[in-house]
Design a binder for this molecule. Structure first.
Ligand SMILES: O=P(O)(O)OC[C@@H](O)[C@@H](O)c1cnc[nH]1
Length: 195
């Protein structure tokens, strides 16, 4: 099992992430933020990554540090679990429908972190969750996982559906991009021989 474990402690957050890339999507999530727990739960389920995440953060201020730092730690754990990336599929893309919403997610496990995020929300909050934190999570995750990540919501209205389509789309694209492809024969999927 390709696994990763990251512990991140600052003056703002205390985070533990443990994951297995070749799992069944088992999730043990506790961030202190209800909607974010829901997003990480479905991220695990749809990526088939076994995921345990605990976040203790300074939510008396707001949820920003908790969500961003969770993205940093999760990205770091994925990069750790990937190791030399030998045999992986590398590229994947998905159109993820959720009711009236359609979001496209495309991934390149490139080692060159980059985020294109073309999703906007009419609502500022989903429950108590600030919708602007979806982008913060994706930015932190992409930068620390070392992936090129493109997210665009082609159309949608409901903020819950839009956010959920982004997290599910990331999960489904990762599931495919990180899978070991037997046709790669254990090689690094790059003509330069390294990623
Ligand atoms: O995996 P499903 O799409 O069947 O469940 C959606 C689920 O996340 C539920 O919380 C939801 C339904 N509409 C918005 N959210």
């Amino acid at each position: 099992m390709r696994s990763g474990e990251v512990k991140r402690r600052t003056n703002e957050t205390d985070i533990s992430v443990k994951l297995g890339l070749d799992g069944a999507g088992k999730a043990e999530i506790s961030t202190g933020i209800g909607f974010f727990d829901h997003m990480l739960d479905l991220f695990a389920r749809h990526s088939l990554i076994d995921l345990a995440v605990t976040v203790k953060g300074d939510t008396h201020i707001d949820d920003h540090h908790s969500v961003e730092d969770a993205g940093i730690a999760l990205g770091e754990a994925v990069r750790q679990a990937l190791g030399d990336k030998k045999g992986i599929r590398r590229y994947a893309d998905v159109h993820l429908p959720m009711d009236e919403t359609l979001t496209r997610v495309a991934i390149d496990v490139s080692g060159r972190p980059f985020l294109v995020f073309r999703t906007s929300f009419k609502a500022e909050k989903i429950g108590t969750f600030d919708t602007e934190l979806v982008r913060e999570f994706f930015q932190a995750f992409a930068m620390n996982a070392g992936i090129t990540l493109h997210v665009e919501t082609l159309y949608g209205d409901n903020a819950h559906h839009i956010a959920e389509s982004c997290f599910k789309g990331l999960a489904r694209a990762l599931r495919h991009a990180l899978e070991v492809d037997p046709r790669e024969g254990g090689r690094v999927p790059s003509t330069k021989g390294a990623l």
